[in-house]
Design a protein around this ligand. Structure first.
Ligand SMILES: Nc1ncnc2c1ncn2[C@@H]1O[C@H](COP(=O)(O)OP(=O)(O)OP(=O)(O)O)[C@@H](O)[C@H]1O
Ligand SMILES: Nc1ncnc2c1ncn2[C@@H]1O[C@H](COP(=O)(O)OP(=O)(O)OP(=O)(O)O)[C@@H](O)[C@H]1O
Ligand SMILES: [Mg+2]
Ligand SMILES: [Mg+2]
Lengths: 226, 226
C-alpha cells in the first residue's frame, strides 16, 4: 500500500544542514496496524507528515497505492489527503472559530456529504469519543484531552483507508486512552491501515508491528501481536 | 503554604451554568510533592490555573503563604506569578517569535537578572533538558517533546518556591520523561513545593501524595512514597 525508498529529510538552519530522516526504507501493507516509537526529536512527526502528503521529502521516493507522490499535482494530493487519509495531529490543529460539531463535520463538508447525513455521522463519532455534552463548545473552552478527542473524531469521520495518528492518547487518562484504542482496533478490523506514533509502550503493543526511529534511521521492533 | 477552602469554579455557557470545581478543600504544605490525577475534562487544569493565580475562582477562598488571593491587587498577583511560581502549561505556551534561548531567559528578564548571569542560567537549564543543540531554533521548528522541554526549562529557571506542572511529560518518551522527573525530584530536595498533573501512573507515583479529581470533587489517594 505504502512504500518509502531511501527517504531523506533535512532542513537548512542558518549555515548548517540538519538531517532529520537519514535514508529510510519503510513499507506498510494494506490493513496493517503499525506503531512508531522513538525518542523525542527523533523524526517521527516529520516521517508522518511525509506519509500524509503534508510535507515533501528532500530525497528518495514515496509510493502510495502504486502511485509516485513526487509525480502528483496539487489537485491529486488534495484528493488523497481528503479522501484516503485521516490525520490526528500531535498539536490537534482544531479551528478555533468553529464549534466541536463544526470542526468534526468539516471533512464531510469537503466531501460534499448531504447535510443530514453529515450531522448524523458527526454526532455519532462525537458520542463515541465521549463528547456529546460539548458539541457547541469552542476549542478554547475544552480541556487538553477533550481537544485531542475532537481531533480524533475529525480524523476518522471520513472513514479513511489510512489513519495516521500522532500521539493520539498523549493528553488522555488511562480509561479514555483505552476507549480511543478500542476505536482504532475497530477501524482496523474494518480493513483500514493504521500508523500510530506513541510514547506509551502499552498503547504501542496494541499494534501488529512496531518500528523504531533512532537518529533518523528506522528499525523493526518485536511486536507483541505480530 | 497553600490553602483552598470551599472553592467553586463555574462557567456560563449559553443559558447553562457548568460547575467545573464543586466545593473543593485543598491544602498543600511547604516542600510537599503532590500528584493530581483524574479523567480528561475533570477540572485539573482549571484547578491549577487558580492555584497559579492565572484565574479566579467563582467562589470560596484561596490563601497562599498566609495571604488571601482575593484581596490582592494586580501588582501583587504579578509579583507572585513571576517570583514565587513556575508554571509548565499543558499547551506549552511558548512565544513563537522568540528562540528557545530567548523563551527560557524571559522570566529572568522580568526578574532583572544581569545579562551574563541570565544567559549562563538559561544555557545550563537548556542543557539539563537536553536541548543545547536547539538554542537558536524557534518553537515551530521543534518537535512536540522539544517544545514541552522548553516550557519546563522556562518554568524552573527562576527557581520558584512552587512549581506547577500540567502534564509535564505528556509528549515525552520514557527516557526523556524520567530525566524530567529526576529534575523535579532534585528541585523537591532543594525544598520547593511541587504540584504535578499527570495521566501517567508511574510518573504520579514519584510524588509523596496523590489527589484525585472526579466530577469536580477532590479525593485523597494512596501514595506510594508517603
Ligand atoms: N522547520 C524545521 N526546521 C528545522 N528543524 C526542524 C523543523 N521541524 C522539525 N525540525 C527538527 O526535526 C527533528 C524531528 O522533529 P519531529 O517533530 O519529527 O520529532 P518527533 O520524533 O515527532 O518528536 P516528539 O516525540 O518530541 O514529538 C527535531 O529535532 C526538530 O528540531
Ligand atoms: N472557558 C471555558 N468555558 C466553558 N467551559 C470550560 C472552559 N474552560 C474549560 N471548560 C470546561 O471545564 C472542564 C474541565 O477542563 P480542564 O481543562 O480543567 O480539564 P482537565 O482535567 O485538565 O482535562 P485534561 O486531562 O483533558 O487536560 C472541561 O469539561 C471543559 O470543557
Ligand atoms: Mg512528534
Ligand atoms: Mg488539562
Amino acid at each position: 500500500l505504502l512504500e518509502m525508498r531511501d527517504i531523506v529529510k533535512s532542513y537548512q538552519v542558518g549555515d548548517e544542514e540538519q538531517i532529520i530522516l537519514d535514508h529510510i526504507d519503510f513499507t506498510v501493507d494494506e490493513n496493517q496496524f503499525v506503531s512508531v516509537l522513538g525518542p523525542s526529536g527523533s523524526g517521527k512527526s516529520t516521517l508522518m507528515n511525509i506519509i500524509g502528503c503534508l510535507d515533501m521529502a528532500t530525497g528518495g521516493e514515496y509510493c502510495l497505492a502504486g502511485q509516485l507522490i513526487e509525480d502528483m499535482d496539487q489537485t491529486e494530493l488534495a484528493r488523497i489527503r481528503n479522501k484516503e487519509i485521516g490525520f490526528v495531529f500531535q498539536s490537534f490543529q482544531l479551528l478555533n472559530r468553529l464549534s466541536v460539531l463544526e470542526n468534526v463535520e468539516l471533512p464531510l463538508i469537503y466531501a460534499h456529504t448531504p447535510t443530514h447525513e453529515r450531522r448524523q455521522k458527526a454526532l455519532e463519532i462525537i458520542d463515541r469519543v465521549g463528547l456529546s455534552h460539548r458539541i457547541d463548545y469552542f476549542p478554547n473552552q475544552l480541556s487538553g484531552g477533550q481537544q485531542q478527542r475532537v481531533a480524533i473524531a475529525r480524523a476518522v469521520i471520513t472513514q479513511p483507508s489510512i489513519l495516521l495518528a500522532d500521539e493520539p492518547t498523549g493528553a488522555l487518562d488511562q480509561a479514555t486512552g483505552r476507549a480511543v484504542l478500542d476505536l482504532f482496533k475497530e477501524l482496523h478490523r474494518e480493513g483500514r491501515t493504521i500508523i500510530m506514533i506513541t510514547h506509551d509502550a502499552s498503547i504501542a503493543s496494541a499494534a501488529q508491528r512496531i518500528v523504531k526511529l533512532l537518529d533518523g534511521r528506522l528499525y523493526e521492533g518485536e511486536a507483541a501481536n505480530a
